[in-house]
Design a protein around this ligand. Sequence first.
Ligand code: SF4
Length: 307
Amino acid sequence: MALSDYITTFGQYLKAKYGEKIYKLSLHADVTCPNRDGSKGIGGCIFCNNKSFFPNDFKIRPIAEQITGNINRLQQKTGARKYIAYFQAYSNTYGDINYLKQLYQEALQSPDVIGLCVGTRPDCITEDVLELLHQIQQSGYEVWLELGLQSTHDTTLAAINRGHTFADYQSAIKKTSRYGLNVCTHLIAGLPGETKSMVLDSWHRVLDAGVQGVKWHPLHVVKGTQLARMWKQGDYRSISRESYLDIVGDALINTPREIIVHRVMSTVSRKDLLIEPQWTDHRWPVMNGLEAKLAAVTAPIGFAEMS
Ligand code: SF4
């Protein structure tokens, strides 16, 4: 058995829908974030060092070039045939609508790219961008908006300097649902001052708001951030693997099968920037631990049950 026998993973969902494995192409667009460019703030979230998303020698290249390079690499390594373009870092719905249109269109130029995942913040969702993504979806592409929320508790959102509230998220979800777009919400376990019940409470509130997918992350302490300074001064201690398994395991147990789980943990690409938790460098003990937790209380999914 594997974790995917107990939850509906994004990989399973895509394979069932497209009849083969779909690979993600990570793309980096020339965009920013209102919590960094001064519209909401300049320091960003206390844990954010966007360098941790990129390899050491990273330089932004045109999207079409990134697509071709990534496809060539994946084809050689895995024999991949179909892809989903993933705009991950910063807020990829924040900017001039014509520029965003050009970005998305460039990503969809290859006939082997079947859709888009677009990472953003709840306060960067405009009617224009929703209309654009809706049109892309209507023309037959898979479209997911990935909303970074992290917590539904406004005290936590203020403490981590997110620059948006839970009400902003609820409003974004309401707007998005009018356009029939899929939303995957990002949540973090291990935020400063958050207990297990607060994290699970966030998960229930996200489910109540209406969402199609979720990504779980442990909070990483990365060099060059406010969180790293708090950690150094002894004002923050990172989450242990045991606590993470306990909290995210319970959240997964309480996840309806129609919810697509895009990720159950994340790692930092730039290992040299990671201070803590060092256990996040090792993915499999977490996957196996979550599987064991689910196996103890949940019957395996016959994947055919999901459509
Ligand atoms: S919203 Fe994202 S990109 Fe912006 S500061 Fe926070 S983590 Fe960084």
